[in-house]
Structure formats: structure tokens, C-alpha cells
Design a protein around this ligand. Sequence first.
Ligand SMILES: [Zn+2]
Length: 427
Amino acid sequence: MQPNRRIRPRRVAALASVTSLILAVGTSAGTGHLTAGTSTVAGAGPISPEHSTALGPCMISGPPTVQMSEGVPTPRGYARSTGTVRALTLMVDFPDAPGPGDALDRYREFFPQTRDWFRTSSYGRLDYRAETPIPDWLRMPKSFREYGIERGAPFDPGYRRLVQDIVVAADARVDFQSYDFLNVLVTPNAGPSALDTVLSVTFAGNMEAPVADGVSVTNASFVYSRQDDGSGTYHRTGYRVLPHENGHVFGLPDLYTAEGGGAVGHWDIMSEDWGANNDLLGWHKWKLGWLDDSQVRCASAPGTDDYSLTPLARKGGPKLVFVPLGPRSGYALELRTREGNDEAVCRPGVLVYRVDADVDTGMGPVKVHDSQEDSGGCTRSPNVHAELSDATFTPGEAFDDGKRGVRVAVVGVDEAGAYRVRVTRER
Ligand SMILES: [Zn+2]
């Protein structure tokens, strides 16, 4: 099966709010699961570090009408993405879909892999602790059907009822104040197979969520079914829906579009989370506070400058060059190699992509430039968007945007594996 090739409908729902809160529900081409993102000014996470003024022109931002933006810094209201983060993780079942076997077996489909994935991707900056104060199936009072949960379902009324029932059922044994966000691992026999319809969804920055122990359940990821592509690798890669969903609780938008994963391919887990493991874009790592400002260079001045890039998956060293095109967009450059979470990279080199902070989640806020258009790509790994797998630029190759007067040439690679890129701006 090639679930990531399917075209799925996209739905947007809006929630009214006191602040500039917006809620979007989109569907993933990579996985078909849903995203609900909201941004608000009030709320939890102190996730935005102070930024160096030299990077000012590269701190692009979107207008308030954008629900989940690629802008830096990420608005408040999402969960913290650095330091120790505690994820309340509950295994939930229903009278018409009783959890099979040990609830902790469901937990073990996602952990410790999800924790390891975040530790690797964040260079150890995110210490993700998934806690299970209730190690059994938490039985909901109503049948799964009664919640009316289906693909694209908005928070109201089904999810509100479900969260409310989870809070009531768990409250005696859980102090909701102790956690940064909620993972709901739904029994895999509730709802359709992920091969048919992926229901997994995150409601992020949702200030209108039910309150438990005095705190609102603002950020919650729901995972359904099993993302088993039939290739026999479920035990290794099936957990990857959860880091994707949790990416939303940290404020990251979806990078797939209604047409599928063709905008970013397998270069970010917010684009495709089926199949072989892969990392996040450097832009997302900067957004999440996993790269220091000193690891990011802002190519905002006219002229020609050389920059060094070390492999994104490796800790330390320069990671990201950004070439702003204006206050809302720019080109990002980073070096992708086959290491760390990037297990399917078949053409190591410099990835060039455009970031648009005024393009919403699921609408293509990031577009990778393919250095080898229509080549068919260099991977046959299942569920990896093949065409973009060889999108990187290698020494001797160059990316040209004549219209905007930007040229990026990969001029060399040193013994340690660092690449040198030459950026020319006409203006
Ligand atoms: Zn998503």
C-alpha cells in the first residue's frame, strides 16, 4: 500500500476566541491524519528564546490570519519544546471497542521510540517523558460511535465530549497540572484502519478545551489505528505518527498539501511520517529552540558570501543559512546526510527550500527545490516520496532564482564533511 500517494480532502474549521485564536483542521497526505492548530497570545509555553538582532531580517512572520505559521518566533500557547517535557499518556478504549490485551503494549508501540526520536532530533535539548499514571485501558462511558469521531471532525462536539470524559475518568488518579500536554493512544480496534482513513489528530493551542485540575487541556494528540504499510517495518517505524502529532503541540504546521507530500517529500516528519525514519528541517529545529542563533546565518545583505554547513543530524556547528526575500518568506539552506534520524537520505547534499510564513498549515508553507527535476528520485524505500529524495545540491551544482536575484552554489566539501555554499544576492 502507498497511503501517502492518496489525495485526501482537507477541512478547515474555525473556533472563535478572545485572542487571535484560530483552529484549523487539515488532513495529512503523508499519513492522512488530521491537524488542528490554534495560536493564541495567552497560554503555556515560554518557547520563544530571545533572538540575536543579526538574525532580525530572517525572523519572518505571517499575518494574524494564518492559523499555524512557519514564522519565528512561534507564538505562545503551544507546549514547550526544550528542557524536560512531561507528556500525560493515556490508553483509552470504549465499550464497543475494548482494548485488546495489556494497555502498556499499546504504549510500547510508541515508546521509547518517540522519546528517542525527539532526543536525537533535538541534540538532547528535548527531554521528552511520557508518563502513564494509569497503566490500564481507560474505559470511556460511551461507545466509540457515539462520539461521532471521523476524519476531519472538529473539536466540537465530539472531541470536547471525549476530552471531558477522559478528564472525568482519569481525574482521581491524575494531576493534570503536572503535565505539558496530553497523548491519547486510542485502542487500535476503534475506528477504521489507517490504510483506509487516518483519524490521528492534534488540537494545539486550544484555549477553549475543557479544564482539568484548574488547567485547560490545551495541547492534545490523539493517535488511532496503526500506520502499518504492510512492508513489515511497523515495529520500527509505526510510532512515527506520534512525533508528527506532537510536532503540532510544539507549534509546527503540516507540510503536506491536498496534493500529497510533493512539496517537501521525506525531508520533514511534518510532511511524511510513514515509512523510513527522517528528521525535521533545520528551519523547524530553529523554530523549536534546538539550534542556537549562532548556528543560523542570515544572508540578508547584497553581495556574495560563503557559508559553512555541517550535517544537520550532527550536534554542533553551523546548520542553517537563511536568505530572506522579505518580511514573510525566504530560502533556507541546510546539509542533509544519512545519519541520526535521517535514515533514507540517498543523495547527501544541500537542501534548498522556500519558507512562507504567510502560507497556512497544509497549504504548502514550505517547498523544497528539486535539483534533479523529473528524475524519479534515488530511493525505492516504501512510503518515501521518491521524486524529492534526490533534491539536494551537491558540489558543483547551483540553485538560481534569477527573478529575485538569488544564487546558491555548492562550492566544496572538506575532510570533516562540512559543505561550503556561496550565496549571491543581487539586492
Ligand atoms: Zn499533522
